[in-house]
Each structure stands twice: as C-alpha cells, then as structure tokens.
Design a protein around this ligand. Structure first.
Ligand code: FAD
Length: 391
C-alpha cells in the first residue's frame, strides 16, 4: 500500500465501515460519512444479528472471502475488546444428496475449511427438537455462527475513529468527483462535544478516492450504473424457552425451502425468517410493521422444529434488502469519474463479508489491484442465489 491517501467513504454499513477501519488502521486518512448512527435499523446492517458461514455452494471466491472475513472479525474483536461472534456452528438441512449443501461441502473441503456431514438422526441431537423425515443429511459448519451485527458496525466505526478517521453525520450526494453534504452535517469525532462540530452549509468533500457504500440507496444515487431492487423482509422472534438459549445450539439454513434462523441468542428469542424476496420498499420509506409471513414460518417450524409449533411470537420486524439480479456484490470504479468507486449490492448475504471485501477494495484503491469481474457495474443476468433458493 502507498503511504498516506485521503479516502472519503459515504455509508457506514458493514462495507463502508469495514473499509474505513481497514484504511485507517493502515495509516491512511479517512473521512466516513453517514446520514444515520452506525447500526441504525433503517440501514441494511442494522439489527442485532447476522449469520456468518462459508458455505456458498460451488462459489469458491465467496467461500474464501467469508473465511478471510471471519479472521478479520476476530481481529476486530481483539482490537475492540468486544465479543462480536457467537461460534455456535451452522446446520444446513439437505433434502437432496446432490444439492447446494454437497457443493458447499466440496468447496469448503478444497479450501481446508472444517465441515461435517451428519446423518439426520445424529443431527437431531444438536437441537431441542428436529423434524428429519425429509432430510438426506445435515451439513454442519462448526466454525460458523452469528455475528452481533449492530455492535460490529459500531465497533468498526469506533476503531476507525481511534485510528484517526473523521466521522461525519450528514446526508450526501455525488457531484462529479466530490461529495456534497446537505445542511446540518456535523463532524462527530474530535472537538465539538457530544453534538459534534457543525459544518458550513454546502460543504464539499474531496479525496484521492471517494467510495459510495450506500446500501439500499446506491441504485438511486447511481441510476443506470447499479441495478438494485430494494425489498421489505420480515424477521420473527419466538419464545422457545430455556432449551433454545443453551450455548451451542447451531444457527440453521434450509436453502431449498428458503428458511433460516438462529437459536435464542442474547435472549432476543428464537429467530426464524422466510427468505423469499419480499415486496418493494423505497429506501427512504419507514419500515412497515411485520405480520405477513407468520403463517408460513409457523408451518415450517411445526415441521422442522416441532417443539416450536406453538411458541409465542415475541416480536416481528421488517428490514430492507438490496438485491442485485444475480445476488453478487458491487465493487467497481465509476466509468467516468476515475476517483469515484461504488461498493454494495449485499443481496441479503453481504454482512459477514464486510472486512474481506473492504480489503479487496483497499487494494484496488491504493495499489491498482483489479477487482473481480463478478462485482462489475452494469446489467447482470439472474443467477442461482447465494442466499437461498427462494429468491
Ligand atoms: C433481514 C436481513 C437479514 C440478513 N441476513 C444476513 C446474514 O445472515 N448474513 C449476512 O452476511 N448478511 C445478511 N444480510 C445482508 C447484510 O446485512 C447486507 O448485505 C449488508 O448489511 C449491507 O451492508 P451495506 O454496507 O452495503 O449497506 P447498509 O448497511 O445499508 O449501509 C449503507 C449506509 O449508507 C448510508 N447512506 C446511504 N445513502 C447515504 C447518503 N446519501 N448520505 C449519507 N449516508 C448514506 C446509510 O445510512 C447506511 O448506513 C441480511 C440483511 C437483512 C436486511
């Protein structure tokens, strides 16, 4: 990496905050702008938890970045003193011998990443209850688990600031190579007290590079360059009782049936969600109340985890997905403004990869390393989803 560069990053979600941390701790000058507090529920990186796993079917590159990211999340834990990852393992429910799970197993084995193929009866011992009638096998990823998402994004931002990054609260828009801040923007690090230092109206930020990591807002800011659908996705939390709070109950994904969830982590309730693409949701719209998916999630739980069939619903909430047509991320240079870069397209599975994708981006910004073609701008063909088959 070259010695010191000033990079302006707009967006403090997993991608932007990871990039700020990566660059700031390598000694670069960073300004990180966001309209909200890091971890705000309106951003896609908000909410308490996200799954972290290396299984990505036959997609070796995503398996590799997930594994690299796991090491970097551990580094963030060591630096921040925070406990950000719950390594409870993850169970993949395979209804076929030759599906996504078998592909994932082969890819992980080739990269030396641990996984275990369990007979359904053996897997039943991992959960307080498990329906196995439809299962060919269960793939257990012992090093996978749950990231404390909101805390992780806050830790990334706080550590970036500790390493000297300037944090700005405000809404921004692109104008050529510059970042124009809306009135009311303030610097929240350094002098100025808890409210921060108000910046002059019309303040413009310039850098050797500007990275727009704007989650659901990216498509609107760069219309025609990035194709993103923004949708509303429901999460449900059930009261499963003490058995689901015991340490070591794995998180789980049913790729073919488009369901995923966790045990009761941090006493938030057993999380379960349908992962089909939800209805469209404007990036600036308030998040609606949940309630549409409960019947389908309950029917699944009654089948897969019979003990949860009548579990009381503790909470339902909606959040935003931003989806590219092929569920691959976006990380690329603007075609006209050579100092401007776009980063995002998390497509419902981006959180875990944040620090590893940030490393690739940093190498491109500073060292001219090419970014992979799969993250390029422009039209994309729909492809098999890297989340679940329901999308
Ligand atoms: C319900 C749900 C479950 C998910 N489950 C998983 C999972 O299990 N595992 C996983 O790895 N991933 C998961 N994901 C996906 C993952 O959370 C996202 O891919 C990832 O968080 C996207 O991060 P981001 O940095 O691109 O976007 P965001 O987190 O949305 O960050 C973008 C930031 O840019 C800011 N911004 C935008 N426009 C402007 C502007 N004009 N001016 C200033 N600031 C601006 C926003 O305020 C926001 O903070 C899930 C997502 C959801 C919603």
């Amino acid at each position: 990496m070259r010695p010191v560069t000033h990079v302006v990053i707009v967006g403090a979600g997993t991608f932007g905050a990871s990039l700020a941390w990566t660059l700031a701790r390598a000694g670069h000058q960073v300004t990180l702008v966001d309209q909200f507090e890091p971890g705000d529920a309106r951003a896609t990186s908000g909410g308490e938890s996200r799954l972290i796993r290396c299984s990505h079917g036959a997609e070796a590159a995503y398996t590799r970045t997930a594994r690299r990211a796991r090491a970097l999340w551990r580094e963030l834990e060591a630096e921040s003193g925070e406990d950000l990852m719950v390594e409870c393992g993850m169970a993949w429910f395979a209804e076929r011998e030759d599906g996504w799970e078998a592909e994932s197993e082969r890819t992980m084995t080739a990269q030396g990443i641990p996984s275990q193929r369990l007979e359904p009866g053996e897997a039943a011992r991992l959960f307080p209850s498990l329906g196995i009638a439809d299962l060919a096998f269960v793939l257990l990823e012992p090093d996978a688990g749950v990231l404390r998402a909101q805390r992780a994004v806050r830790a990334l931002t706080a550590r970036a600031a500790e390493h000297g990054a300037r944090i700005v609260r405000g809404r921004a828009s692109p104008q050529g190579e510059t970042v124009v801040l809306e009135p009311g923007a303030r610097v929240t690090t350094g002098a100025g007290g808890s409210g921060g230092t108000l910046l002059a109206d019309g303040t413009r930020l310039e850098g050797d590079a500007v990275v727009w990591a704007c989650g659901p807002w990216l498509g609107r800011l760069f219309d025609g360059l990035v194709s993103l659908r923004v949708t509303c996705q429901e999460l449900l939390f059930f009261d499963g009782g003490p058995a689901w709070r015991a340490p070591g109950v794995p998180a789980w994904v049913d790729y073919d049936r488009a369901m995923y969830g966790t045990a009761d982590v941090d006493a938030l309730g057993v999380k379960a969600a349908l992962d089909e693409e939800g209805p469209p949701l404007d990036p600036d719209a308030e998040l609606p109340a949940a309630g549409v998916t409960e019947a389908r999630v309950r029917a699944y739980l009654a089948d897969r985890f019979p003990a949860l069939a009548d579990a009381p619903l503790r909470e339902g909430r909606c959040c935003r997905y931003e989806l590219t047509p092929d569920s691959r991320f976006v990380a690329a240079r603007h075609p006209e403004h050579r100092r401007t870069w776009l980063l995002g397209g998390g497509s419902g599975h981006g959180f875990k990869h944040g620090p590893a994708i940030a490393e690739l981006m940093a190498a491109a910004l500073l060292g001219g390393e090419p970014l992979p073609d799969r993250y390029a701008l422009g039209a994309r063909e729909p492809a098999r989803s890297l989340r679940t088959a329901g999308s």
